[in-house]
Design a protein around this ligand. Structure first.
Ligand SMILES: Nc1nc2c(c(=O)[nH]1)N[C@H]1C(S)=C(S)[C@@H](COP(=O)(O)OP(=O)(O)OC[C@H]3O[C@@H](n4cnc5c(=O)[nH]c(N)nc54)[C@H](O)[C@@H]3O)O[C@H]1N2
Ligand SMILES: Nc1nc2c(c(=O)[nH]1)N[C@H]1C(S)=C(S)[C@@H](COP(=O)(O)OP(=O)(O)OC[C@H]3O[C@@H](n4cnc5c(=O)[nH]c(N)nc54)[C@H](O)[C@@H]3O)O[C@H]1N2
Ligand code: SF4
Ligand SMILES: [Mo]
Length: 685
């Protein structure tokens, strides 16, 4: 049997590694490492998830036929139906809900797990139906960092290619565990920088796999990074060690910033964060004196006060001149594979795919000309607000690849809310916790079973190609959306028979992708960096000649200390936070179906410091009950020095969202995913 080498992008994290799927008669037999393309980011390497990446597609649990719920919501009783019937039921329901409540009762979710083309179609279909209630589970990903960088620098994207990390003299890893969440980036770029003599500083309440390389490890209480960032600004300004030339020529608002941080001394920050003032000073001085790569991620981001932290860090990056140059990487976004695919197609309640706001009349008129139908002009709801409004303003939800019953905060509440919907449609590859509440579940083709475009954390746009046939009657999400649009009488706006045609439309609608044509990407497997105004390599480094702000300068923003919404107290004395494991992906749907990963990372645990454990009579392996004001979960204890006193930490892939808090920041709508007050008790077995 002939073997075919199909070039694919890894389906998991946004390092964007490439390899070949060895395909025989529509099955992936094995993978081959790609050493042929020296420009690809992974340089022939893969992490354990990459090596196991095609296992889940062969799981017997894959959805193979459209399903209609016959039991109670959440019960899991479904019957198989035909595609024709599924489309007919959904189309009738959409019409009924539009007639009764108007299109503003319908909400859509895109996904980081589907392609650029598919996110674009989710956006287009939602607008064609007449709703701007559009978001994605990535609302809980980077939504402090992105708005902060947009305000300060005019653009949220990472500034440099991974390669530039190697040229840094200092690497600040802040609320990030790249050795597990971006392993090939860690091995290929961070370790190379360390080999070249760079120093590394880690800011994390836990010791992570990479921390042994660090010269300094600051261990803040969760949710207190803001105090540290403010104190670093205080030190850099007070000691006058900022980059005076850069501040003068390329920033605006320095005097206001200076005034705003004058009371935020390292001693003040020590009281809040538990990090010694002297360590905060040391790190601030290092940042001011070295070419620094900031690798910031969910640990500092996923908090209600995360916007302020992210703005303070952006201010720090700017006044130390660590941006807009070769060799200085500021900010990293190792989001899910295709976080940019959702964000850059405008999957948000307030954006058009062109990047303009929905409230911009000229922007809407331009898109109406391109698309040929009217665009609603109101700002829709973010994901947490959609959940809050289920059964009230939101009557129907259409979810394409998201498992919010597990990934959104306060899972008990989310599931109660899901019950209140009149109608829920879920496209997925498995019958997930969320799909259990659906009225109709549509079986999607998985990664490897479709052609499309992916975008990595370094803004690299790459094509991945179909290497396997889907099981049963599963179809790619783009095709499902096209066929449903036809059933809805919107077929004239969705005349696509191949993802290439969708990408060509994206080339003409979304300016930053103009040059990322199907032809260029097919010929250049290493892809291109967006923005790319014509076919070619695109933009490797952002802001070299000015920021994307009105006056081209970084807009320094004073921010103040803001407490996390929930602080430990007598009843709930611990800070509870959470993290990812290298062998698992988010809500486990895919990695639990990957035998080699499930075997190595079989179960959850809660990390607790030996001192705290002793006081509570807890030993490693004991069953404990972890509780917050939202609920309780049972889990095994791991007593370890790797978490600081007063903090307990769990991987979030299993149950932690039964404990987290759905309160959100008023502007960014980021929830409190990583710092809540908790108690822990030993349970007799
Ligand atoms: N293996 C694997 N890789 C992934 C993913 C996955 O599910 N599995 N998901 C991908 C996605 S979508 C994303 S967004 C990225 C996320 O990548 P990361 O941000 O690296 O992911 P986390 O492990 O959630 O959080 C990073 C670190 O933050 C620390 N932390 C927790 N609370 C705090 C705090 O309050 N302050 C500070 N400073 N640190 C804190 C945790 O201890 C943890 O070590 O990973 C991507 N890569
Ligand atoms: N407590 C806590 N909560 C968190 C986080 C945290 O660190 N702590 N992290 C947050 C972050 S950063 C993120 S990005 C979100 C992620 O939240 P989600 O996106 O909801 O999580 P996933 O498990 O990745 O869900 C993706 C779904 O898509 C399905 N899928 C896979 N491939 C396809 C496909 O081709 N088509 C379709 N239709 N479906 C497909 C999968 O089976 C899965 O059900 O979670 C957030 N939640
Ligand atoms: S680092 Fe990320 S993209 Fe690369 S092989 Fe691992 S999971 Fe895949
Ligand atoms: Mo994410």
């Amino acid at each position: 049997m002939a073997e075919k080498l199909v070039p694919v992008v890894c389906p998991w994290c946004s390092v964007g590694c490439r390899f070949y799927a060895v395909s025989v008669n529509g099955y992936i037999r094995r993978i081959e490492f790609d050493y042929d393309h020296p420009k690809i980011p992974n340089r022939g390497k893969l992490c354990p998830k990459g090596v196991a990446s095609y296992q889940f597609i062969n799981s017997p649990q894959r959805l193979k036929k459209p399903l209609r719920r016959v039991g109670e919501k959440g019960e899991g009783k479904f019957e198989e139906i035909s595609w024709e019937e599924a489309y007919r039921i959904i189309a009738e329901k959409i019409k009924e809900i539009k007639e009764t409540y108007g299109p503003e009762a319908i909400a859509f979710l895109g996904s980081e797990k589907i392609t650029l083309e598919e996110n674009y179609l989710v956006h287009k279909l939602s607008k064609a139906i007449g709703t701007n209630h559009l978001d994605f589970p990535g609302r809980y990903c980077q939504y402090s960092n992105s708005p902060a960088r947009t305000v300060v620098f005019g653009s949220a994207a990472a500034t440099n290619p991974f390669e530039d990390i190697e040229k840094a003299e200092l690497i600040v890893v802040w609320g990030h565990n790249p050795a597990e969440t971006a392993p090939v980036m860690f091995g290929q770029y961070i370790e190379k920088a360390l080999d070249n003599g760079a120093e590394m500083v880690v800011i994390d309440p836990r010791s992570t796999r990479g921390h042994k390389y660090a010269s300094l490890h600051l261990k803040p209480y969760p949710g207190t990074d803001l105090a540290i960032a403010l104190a670093m600004l205080n030190v850099v300004i007070d000691e006058e060690i900022y980059d005076k030339e850069f501040v003068q020529e390329r920033t605006a608002g320095f005097e206001g910033l200076k005034e705003s941080v004058k009371d935020y001394t390292p001693e003040w920050a020590e009281k809040i964060s538990g990090v010694p003032a002297e360590d905060i000073r040391k790190v601030a001085r290092l940042i001011a004196s070295k070419r620094t790569a900031f690798l910031v991620n969910e640990g500092m981001n996923q908090h209600v006060n995360g916007l302020n932290t992210a703005i303070a860090i952006a201010n720090l990056i700017a006044i130390t001149g660590n941006i807009g140059k070769e060799g200085v990487w500021s900010g990293v976004f190792p989001g899910a594979q295709c976080g940019f695919c959702s964000a850059m197609t405008g999957i948000a309640p307030d954006k058009l795919p062109t990047g303009k706001p929905v409230t911009d009349e000229a922007g809407r008129a331009e898109l109406e000309r391109l698309w040929g139908f009217p665009i609603p002009d109101w700002v829709g709801l973010d994901l947490t607000s959609m959940i809050r409004e289920m059964g009230n303003r939101i009557r129907m939800m259409y979810i394409v690849g998201g498992n919010i019953a597990k990934s959104a905060p306060n899972s008990g509440w989310v599931r109660e809310q899901l019950r209140k919907l009149d109608f829920l449609v879920v496209h997925d590859i498995f019958l997930t916790e969320t799909a259990m509440y659906a009225d109709i579940v549509l079986p999607a083709a998985a990664w490897f079973e479709k052609t499309g475009t992916a975008i990595s954390a370094e803004r690299r746009v790459q094509r991945t190609y179909k290497a396997a046939e889907s099981p049963g009657e599963a179809k790619p999400d783009w095709l499902i959306l096209v066929e449903l649009a036809r059933e809805l009488g919107l077929g004239e706006f969705f005349k696509y028979s191949h993802p290439d045609e969708i990408l060509r439309e994206i080339n003409s609608v979304i300016p930053v992708f103009k040059g990322a044509t199907p032809e260029y990407l097919a010929e250049h497997l290493e892809g291109c960096f967006f923005p790319c105004s014509e076919p070619g390599e695109g933009t490797r480094v952002l802001f070299k000649n000015g920021f994307k702000t009105a006056d081209g300068k970084a807009q320094l923003q004073p921010v103040s200390w803001r407490e996390p919404p929930e602080m430990p107290n007598g009843e709930y004395p611990f800070w509870l936070t959470n993290f990812r494991l290298v062998g698992h992906w988010h809500t486990l749907t895919m990695t639990e179906e990957s035998p080699s990963l499930q075997k190595r990372w079989p179960e959850e645990y809660v990390m607790i410091n030996p001192k705290d454990a002793r006081a509570l009579g807890i030993r490693s392996g004991d069953l404990v009950k972890v509780s917050t004001r939202r609920g309780s979960v049972l889990v095994r204890a791991e007593v370890t020095e790797h978490v600081r006193e007063g903090v307990i930490a769990m991987p979030w892939h299993w149950q932690v969202n039964f404990l987290t808090l759905e309160e959100t920041h008023e502007k960014t709508k980021m929830a409190e995913l990583k710092a809540v007050a908790a108690k822990v008790e030993r349970v007799e077995e």
